[in-house]
Design a protein around this ligand. Structure first.
Ligand SMILES: C[S@@+](CC[C@H](N)C(=O)[O-])C[C@H]1O[C@@H](n2cnc3c(N)ncnc32)[C@H](O)[C@@H]1O
Length: 210
């Protein structure tokens, strides 16, 4: 998903270094220092416009959250939400998730969220999918041993691919939902999730450990 350029986004990010990190390598192993108090750390890769990560931080004040997103416009939109909410347990990172092991020390992260990740349907783009084996290897490295990966999508092809990719990586599934909204599972929605579920599409979800 490419968002249209917004000229205000980069200046807004630059003006708010207390909420947004643009050189995450510098905080490797030290992320807890950026929060009001040390608490288990959860990272969403591909935050988009930020509804999910902001609501999660509001709902779980006893956890710390990082919303990582590579498009400055999307980070700017999430930052506007955080400037209103002023959540002490939420930080934003503007960077590509492919560098995760440079951004986080081994075992620094408790949980990772992937929500409505770009499907990259062409085989030649497989390596860009956030559930490709090289991404899984980086999640494994930065997460604690019992860390949980949570993945939601409306895209059946990407969901099928991800089940195989995680299985081939030796991951162990805790839960699989083929129609998340048809269950009473506790759920915080994302912008994409609302859009697709309003069209009547089922939402797929899995949770898995390494
Ligand atoms: C389809 S959107 C979904 C946004 C949001 N998670 C939601 O559910 O509403 C996917 C987002 O992931 C971001 N993204 C894709 N690959 C990424 C990567 N390697 N690192 C960081 N962000 C990425 C895109 O820029 C885009 O904002």
């Amino acid at each position: 998903m490419r968002l249209r350029n917004k000229p205000w986004a980069k200046p807004l990010i630059k003006a708010n270094p207390q909420w947004v990190v643009t050189e995450p390598e510098q905080w490797r192993g030290k992320w807890q220092e950026r929060f009001a108090k040390p608490q288990p750390l959860y990272v969403e890769v591909g935050t988009g416009k930020g509804r999910f990560i902001v609501e999660m931080a509001q709902k779980y004040p006893d956890r710390n959250f990082i919303g990582l997103e590579m498009q400055a416009v999307a980070v700017g939109i999430t930052l506007k939400k955080q400037l209103e909410a002023q959540l002490p347990n939420l930080q934003l990172v503007c960077a590509n998730g492919s560098g995760l092991t440079e951004f986080f020390a081994d075992d620094e992260v408790t949980g990772i969220f992937l929500n409505f990740s770009d499907p990259w349907p062409k085989k030649r783009n497989e390596k860009r999918r956030l559930t490709y084996k090289s991404f899984l290897a980086s999640y494994k490295q930065v997460m604690q041993d019992d860390g949980l990966l949570e993945f939601k999508t409306d895209n059946r092809g990407l969901f099928e691919y991800s089940l195989c990719s995680m299985n081939n990586f030796g991951m162990h599934f805790e839960q699989v939902f083929l129609d998340l909204h048809d269950t009473d599972e506790d759920n915080v929605m994302t912008e994409y999730e609302e859009k697709f579920s309003k069209k009547g599409q089922p939402i797929y979800k899995l949770t898995a450990k390494f």
